[in-house]
Write a protein that binds this ligand. Sequence first.
Ligand SMILES: Cc1cc2nc3c(=O)[nH]c(=O)nc-3n(C[C@H](O)[C@H](O)[C@H](O)COP(=O)(O)OP(=O)(O)OC[C@H]3O[C@@H](n4cnc5c(N)ncnc54)[C@H](O)[C@@H]3O)c2cc1C
Length: 372
Amino acid sequence: MRHRIAVVGGGPAGLTFARVLHRHGYPAAVLERDPAPDARPPGGTLDLHEGLGQRALAKAGLLTEFQALSRPEGQAMRILDADGTVLRDWRPRPDEQANPEIDRGQLRDLLLGPLDVQWGRGVTQVVPGTSDGVLVQFADGRQETFDLVVGADGAWSRIRPAVSPVTPHYTGVTSVETSFDDVDTRHPDLARLIGDGSMAVYGVNRGLVAQRNSGGHVKVYAQFRAPLDWHTSLAPADPEAVRSSLLDLFDGWAAPVLDLLRYGRAFIPRPLYVLPVSHTWTHVVGVTLLGDAAHLMPPLGAGANLAMLDGAELAESIASDPADLDQAVRAFEEQMWARAGRWAKITTAGLERLVSPDPAEALALFDQVQPS
Ligand SMILES: Cc1cc2nc3c(=O)[nH]c(=O)nc-3n(C[C@H](O)[C@H](O)[C@H](O)COP(=O)(O)OP(=O)(O)OC[C@H]3O[C@@H](n4cnc5c(N)ncnc54)[C@H](O)[C@@H]3O)c2cc1C
């Protein structure tokens, strides 16, 4: 039985969905707003958990290729206090495969493989329940109908309004991302401080996290409690203005730690938004959501993992019951909601502890998650 299936969004959720469906011999139209795979920087590194992202890759038949690309040594984690004292220095065993890191661009290319993504196809809205199925309207004015439209279009999903009136709300925490290259050759002291994986420094209501990507590239995230409009008075095109505001905010922190901000080039402010914990909806025939579109949560290492497993499980559910598409989607939704609800609680509580009035909370959280 051939159904007309479209997935909106070619991020981790949409690509994993399409790739697993493809493996089972079913096609899906992947509709992606970006004009090309490399239209914007792919973002930082992702750790893929054994029971989540790696499980999804196994369902796509891509685990061996992932292991060849990923960086198990990137699981290393060092925690410092604002004075620069190393409080924890956790290093993985050489065979540790619990959460290896992979650059997002590498993961995207791995998932893309044979998929024929339709680039430059931004969707504006979907209308379920027409006589010919679910109507998809595109930004260029065109429209098409499908039997199932899967919204994998991220935090600001255009598909979500077809099933739920809920929109993301601000957590009170803003993250500013910056990055620099060639850390080993240009900043060897900092390279030693960061180590093979991630380094995090926690202070009162703020933190600085540095993550090594492949090829000596380092991404830095400054996180702090701030009003939603913190960044609107700063010209994003003027990195010096943002740098200087951040250096004021982290004033008094150890000089090597502040080098993370001094060496950064562009600065990208990202107020952190979330959907309510345990977001669900009344099932709508022909439309469902995956990943951030369904359960946007604080970025504590779970979102892409959950997005991928959502995609893989929906594809498997459809492939195992192709005669009853709607039942396959319903069964998937129940499973996804339960898992996402558990993780939303964990990551929401985690953000409160990582960006907390008491920096000891962040350390206690690390000890809980990563007992040495
Ligand atoms: C700073 C930061 C660090 C993070 N670190 C981690 C981590 O280490 N581990 C982890 O698991 N998660 C992490 N996350 C979370 C993770 O990035 C997301 O949860 C994940 O990307 C969600 O995948 P997705 O496919 O649902 O959505 P997205 O990755 O947002 O992909 C959505 C896709 O849909 C496309 N799209 C959007 N609108 C439309 C439209 N109207 N029409 C067509 N296409 C559209 C977009 O261009 C995009 O390609 C982090 C997030 C942030 C912000």
